[in-house]
Design a binder for this molecule. Structure first.
Ligand SMILES: Cc1cc2nc3c(=O)[nH]c(=O)nc-3n(C[C@H](O)[C@H](O)[C@H](O)COP(=O)(O)O)c2cc1C
Length: 245
């Protein structure tokens, strides 16, 4: 275990709120981020920071998020306003939510071309990615390769699941793949934080797996079987989901 990881373990055992860092990318789904943030903060008792990519900031202004969380790092902040190492060490858990194909590719290739990707590289634990994209993008061999690489590097991927959601491109609200809803994500975060303390046991594992009504807890397999077969609408089960791009 690295010294940074030991520090994080010690922090998790200290009284006080665990630290969750959310890296948010430029998917239309980011419009739902405020609900995810408030649900995670209240259900997990967590202190939150958000890193917005430049694209994310075009969808949702940092100023809006500053009403909800302790600190937000945005691409148009003054140079050197934030230190990626400090942010990476601060976090007990890092989630990329929503995670675009672009940021997934950047992380899979170890790029450090933004504050978010640099912070991901500097973090001492694995990172959880919540991909948000339509089924064509998710089924694209390049995206699947990148997801596989992230898994092989030890990161967690919580794949989208079928449910009713809004698509900006078509202006329709119907059954499609989307990120699990806020309550399911909060359960995942809660379970992941408890697992990280080492005091998790079966209960935390079950909580994390429950969010994985989502397929993220599948150890193997890059995309849901239905996506592989191109049968998402037929295979779709009812469930709460959030808007996709
Ligand atoms: C309206 C709109 C919606 C988009 N939705 C998504 C999406 O859901 N998933 C995705 O991977 N990219 C989506 N994109 C493309 C990303 O914004 C683009 O790839 C961007 O470079 C991502 O940068 P980032 O990963 O640094 O945030 C969307 C673009 C637009 C204009």
């Amino acid at each position: 275990m690295t010294p940074e990881a030991m520090t994080a373990e010690a922090r998790l055992r200290r009284p006080g709120r665990p630290h969750v860092l959310i890296g948010a990318c430029g998917s239309a789904n980011i419009l739902n981020l405020p609900t995810y943030l408030t649900t995670i903060a209240s259900d997990c008792g967590a202190e939150l920071r958000v890193v917005l990519t430049a694209s994310a900031g075009a969808f949702l202004p940092a100023a809006s998020l500053r009403l909800l969380v302790e600190r937000v790092a945005a691409a148009d902040d003054p140079p050197l306003a934030h230190n990626h190492v400090e942010w990476a060490r601060w976090a007990d858990l890092v989630c990329v939510l929503p995670a675009t194909a672009h940021t997934i590719a950047a992380a899979a290739h170890g790029l450090a071309d933004s504050f978010l990707t640099t912070t991901l590289l500097a973090h001492h634990h694995s990172v959880t990615f919540f991909p948000s994209m339509n089924e064509q993008m998710l089924g694209n061999p390049a995206v699947r390769r990148n997801i596989k690489t992230l898994r092989e590097d030890g990161h967690q991927i919580v794949l989208p699941r079928p449910g009713l959601s809004y698509e900006a491109a078509s202006g329709t609200y119907e059954e499609r793949l989307s990120v699990p809803g806020p309550e399911a994500v909060a359960r995942y975060v809660s379970g992941a934080l408890r697992l990280r303390t080492g005091a998790a046991g079966k209960a935390a594992k079950a909580e994390t797996a429950e969010a994985g009504e989502a397929p993220e807890v599948k150890e193997k397999g890059e995309v849901p079987e239905a996506v592989e077969k191109g049968e998402v609408s037929e295979a779709a089960e009812k469930g709460e989901s959030r808007a996709a791009g």
